[in-house]
Each structure stands twice: as C-alpha cells, then as structure tokens.
Design a protein around this ligand. Structure first.
Ligand code: GTP
Ligand code: MG
Length: 196
C-alpha cells in the first residue's frame, strides 16, 4: 500500500511551524482518545508510527508523516479533553480553524469519532468549519469492534442521517484499528484525495 511508505517528518507546536504549503495533505482530527493515532498506525501498517495512549491528550503536537515528496498525513492534537486549561483550548481551536481555512495543500479532513458517542459539539463545529472551507470530510466511527453487529449498524445509520445536516461532502464509515474493519473504505476515500 502507498500508506505503508509513511515516514515521520516533523512535530510542530502550531500551524505556523508546518512545512511548506504545497503538495497534498490529509489531516486526522477528533476528540482526545478518539483513536486518531491508532487509525494512522493501522492505515500505515506501522505499529508505532504515531504514538497512542490510554491517557487522553497524548498527542499535543501536530505530527506530520510523509508518504512521498508530494503527499502527507497529519495527526492533529485531540480536542475536548476536560483537563486542558481553557486558554490552551481556545488557542488550539483558533489555530485549528485557521489551518482548515488557510492551508492550501489540505485536501481532506478525516474526523474520528468514537462510535459510542459520535457528533459531540466540537465534532460538529469542526465538520461545520470544514464544510464552510469546502473541504471534503471523512467521518470514521472508531472502535467499532466495541459494539455488537446490530448496534454497530444502527449507529452507522444514525451517524449517516446526522451527517446530512452538514450539507457538504461528508462521508461516514465504520472503523476499527483493532481488527481493520473499514480500512478498505477509508483507503478508497483517501486514495481519491491523494490522487492515487
Ligand atoms: P489523543 O492523541 O490523546 O488525542 O488520542 P488519539 O485520538 O490519538 O487516540 P489513540 O489512538 O491514542 O487511542 C486511544 C485509546 O483507544 C488507546 O487505548 C487505544 O488502544 C484505543 N483504541 C484506539 N482505536 C481503537 C479501536 O479501533 N478499537 C479499540 N478497541 N480500541 C481502540
Ligand atoms: Mg493521538
């Protein structure tokens, strides 16, 4: 897979420290502990490319992984973690907004949401920003392995229904980093964004 080529490039404390704004970038965003880093590791077939943790708020930096000279995957810090001071929360929300609006190379946003409680306020706000910036969104319902098949399907249907409210290019799929469920669907969407 193209994605197994991923190599760590840099960690940035904020958007202004990212590399040159050229080529194609796809970013992974979501609440703390939603499974962003785990999903990136599954996608890239590398167990510890992105650092994962049971402690929410682990990824505090923006981590950039290069697929090749033109294409990058970006692991964004999680939002919504209660113990983060308000000033830092606000600063991060502001720079996230700027990133979505100004980053020319950003071709798509993957929003990861725990299947047991998707579309929290900040998720909705983020998707709204992305839609307003004309960015396509792939919503992944993570940790799908935690639910039995019936409940899993019900959550997917509910999430797809909810996603219609955004009036933009929003696709929703199931995902499990544990067993690989939905990886094929995820890759299909990313392949399109990356031009593979
Ligand atoms: P932050 O960097 O803190 O924002 O978190 P994150 O979104 O990167 O989450 P991370 O990938 O570190 O995963 C958080 C926890 O959820 C870890 O304990 C993972 O092992 C677990 N987890 C992630 N994905 C899955 C999944 O698909 N299934 C199950 N069962 N657990 C998962
Ligand atoms: Mg992380």
């Amino acid at each position: 897979s193209h994605y197994s080529q991923a190599k760590f490039n840099l960690s940035a404390p904020d958007i202004s420290h990212l590399g040159a704004d050229k080529g194609i970038e796809v970013a992974f965003a979501g609440r703390s502990n939603a499974g962003k880093s785990s999903a990136l590791n599954r996608l890239t077939r590398q167990k510890s490319l992105a650092r994962t943790s049971k402690t929410p708020g682990r990824t505090q930096l923006i981590n950039v992984f290069d697929l090749d000279e033109e294409r990058r995957l970006v692991d964004l810090p999680g939002y919504g973690y209660a113990k983060v001071p308000m000033a830092i929360k606000l600063k991060w929300q502001k720079s996230l907004g700027e990133y979505l609006q100004k980053r020319e190379s950003l071709q798509g946003l993957v929003v990861l949401m725990d299947i047991r409680h998707p579309f929290k306020d900040l998720d909705q706000e983020l998707i709204q920003w992305a839609v307003a910036a004309d960015l396509p969104v792939l919503g992944l319902l993570t940790k799908a392995d935690k639910l039995k098949s019936g409940k899993r399907k019900a959550q997917l249907l509910m999430a797809r229904e909810a996603s219609l409210a955004f009036c933009g290019d929003v696709t929703i799929h199931l995902f499990s980093s544990l067993n690989g469920l939905g990886l094929d669907n995820c890759e299909r969407v990313l392949d399109k964004w990356f031009g593979y």
